[in-house]
Ligand binder design. Structure first.
Ligand code: FMN
Length: 164
């Protein structure tokens, strides 16, 4: 399976996660920053994972433009998944997050997303990632590659919160 991870990042945290996800997917995975990704990178892949920092409740303009500009054919016969980095507080929740918006843009273009959009937490605007997030990202990526359900993963923040 040929996998592609496309990301954007202002302070390096989403980039760190993208690289970890790429490693988890195995040696065939390509990890590319949004401005450098080509349509051919997408069309030649079976699994495409797209990640963005949440900024103002949404994905970066670079990620939005990349998805919006992909031709409809690029969405055929492949699996997509979206992740973001975000704050872990109630105020951030009000504005929404990047990953669900990326997912809905993919679906609007006829793309098939098989995994729950996933958010990974940063401590502050510049990071760092909260402890355990890199490992959680690797688990998430491996579950996607294996075709396992990702809605209730071990260590999932949403699941943990409901258990309390
Ligand atoms: C202009 C700006 C707006 C932001 N807005 C949000 C937001 O609405 N919700 C949120 O959870 N985090 C927000 N953040 C924090 C980002 O999620 C954080 O900077 C990002 O996860 C860091 O990833 P990066 O190192 O890849 O840039 C914002 C950050 C910036 C710079």
């Amino acid at each position: 399976m040929k996998a592609l991870v496309i990301y954007d990042s202002m302070y390096g945290n989403t980039e760190e996660l993208a690289k970890e996800i790429g490693r988890a997917l195995g040696s065939g995975a390509k990890v590319v920053k949004a401005g450098f990704a080509r349509v051919e990178d997408v069309t030649s892949s079976h699994l495409v994972i797209i990640g963005s920092p949440t900024q103002g409740g949404r994905q970066t303009p670079g990620i939005k433009a990349f998805v919006d500009e992909l031709p409809v054919e690029a969405f055929k016969d492949k699996r997509f998944a979206a992740f973001d980095t975000r704050f872990k507080n109630v105020f951030a929740k009000i504005f929404g997050y990047a990953a669900p918006r990326i997912e809905s843009a993919i679906r609007d273009k006829g793309g098939n997303t098989t995994a729950q959009p996933q958010g990974f937490f940063v401590k502050g605007t510049k990071g760092p990632l909260l402890e355990g997030e890199l490992e959680r990202a690797a688990t998430w990526a491996k579950s996607i590659a294996a075709g396992l359900p990702t809605s209730q993963m071990p260590g999932d923040y949403e699941v943990k919160r409901k258990e309390k």
